[in-house]
Write a protein that binds this ligand. Sequence first.
Ligand code: C5P
Length: 225
Amino acid sequence: MPEKLDIVTIDGPSGVGKSTVSRGLANRLGFVYLDTGAMYRAVAYGLQQAAVDLENEAEVKRFLDGMKVELLPPGRPDDDVRVFLDGEEIGGLIRTPEMGMLASRVSALPVVRKKLTILQQAMGRNGKIVAEGRDTGTVVFPQAAWKFYLDAAPEERARRRIDQLKARGEQVDEVEILAQIIKRDRDDSERTIAPLKAADDAVRIDSSRLSASEVIEQMLEVIGR
Ligand code: C5P
């Protein structure tokens, strides 16, 4: 049996609280937090800015070969990771519902998945990371020592996303947010490569009635710390 890696993976649908939990868990463990969704969002943003035709695989590949995505730790522990595309900080531009939808579309392209999976595996080669996404336990780090699958009812996830957007002072169409969450999860689950699903050896946690700190405590118990 291949050796287990010193890696925690947290997969699950959108709006389930993965980012808050992953960041908090990484802080508690002294691990690096790897936000793989931010990488898909950065690529979606770059492809949109460069007006690349998503149907044209050669053009998408050329874009991917020339781009550089970097993630840097935030200045304050509770902030989102800092995301750079070709040296430009784009974190504020990619964390919108629209970019989430575009990232979902872009993430179904095999060339994009191949490129980002390789980058993510390189980022995790020294272990000691908490990786968050849709396929981190199944495809990116199948040898991770600790795998979690976080879930919650769509209505609860929509409510959290709405609160998050409102806290940022944004206008929100609540019906639209729920519809987007349902569509994005369906698309992410039904795509042929690396679909959203729990790894067979993942511990499932339903976060509907749990706070982020309660989820983190449950995870620390499983990890044995
Ligand atoms: O997690 P986040 O909402 O930032 O992810 C944006 C989109 O990127 C997801 O809806 C999904 O389509 C894609 N994604 C993915 N695989 C990952 C992480 C994100 O396909 N590991």
